[in-house]
Design a protein around this ligand. Sequence first.
Ligand code: OSB
Ligand code: MG
Length: 370
Amino acid sequence: MKIEHLTLTHLSMPLVSPFETSFGRTTERECILVTIQSEELTGYGECVADRDPGYSYETTGTAWHILKDFIAPIILGQEINDAANFQRRVAGIRGHHLAKAGIEMALWDLRGKREGKSLRELFGGQRDRVAVGVSVGLQESPEALVQAVEKYLAKGYRRVKIKIKPGRDVDDASAVRQAFPELKLQVDANSAYTLETAQTLQPLDQLDLLLIEQPLFEDDIWDHQKLQRQFRTPICLDESILSARHARYAIEMDACRIINIKAGRVGGLSEAIAIHDLCRERSIPVWCGGMLETGVGRASNMALASLPNFSLPGDISASERYYHQDITNERFTLNADSTIDVPTGLGLGVTLDPAAVKKFSQGTIELTAE
Ligand code: OSB
Ligand code: MG
């Protein structure tokens, strides 16, 4: 596929309700929509970098720079038929996984459209629906949190993740557990603790949680291993796992017993699949994390999560949990059994609503092969 034309669109989309984590509060979620044209076909990708460097050092600003000034010149006018070829070309660009992953997603979409297959088919995904949960941000108080959780349970979600931070952890989680004794419940700290301050989390071990996600530093594996030894509850790594190599280190060190896979964080869907495969061999369950994606990134997450070792419910909620208006014509809805259907159309299986893209656009740039 000759890469003829690349369009970047910086989007800012109002969330249905603010989303607060240990690193900050988001009311408008930013991202970069990637559009690639090749041989009469159009592929879409979503770069999940947000406005602020709270989750990752990458931002919409840094991703824009890397995409425009480094990745575009490498790929425009080139024959790129698969993800492996793309990754070889960008191997000289260190880091910037969120930027690279946005392009890789668009290349998968193109490839699916060219070969007449859905992403799920290209990946060898086995499920046609995926078990999902909801990630609930920090609320005003434990009581408000219980109410927020209750609202999602009423919608049919059967697995809940709550965000925690120092001072807002044991009481919040205990309140939810007390209100819903049977609920599949997990917590996510987004790196808000040190090995020392994480000692206050010890009571969480009695709450029958599915997992404790990323308690320590975003670049740590070693101290997580020490912490895992002190907890019965599985530790799950998110931020710390940037590649299949990191996943192997963490597994071999017993720094975690579960891994959250996000294609953006690891540099693309191909690396996400490699982590899935490694974890499958090593009997480590994985689940698909989320970055408040638009319909484009959500479709990609659904295809990824159709792979067999995604054995825990993903942070992939229905479109209405995030956006009143999305950029895709398709909206994802929750089935009664807390699952979402995997798209079956070609490639990602979604189409864009150009008026919505225009409405949320903060700026766009068109790059063409010379
Ligand atoms: O740590 O999993 C995270 C959203 C943005 C950045 C980081 C995280 C999250 C979420 C939301 O938890 C998951 C979703 O998309 O629903
Ligand atoms: Mg997380």
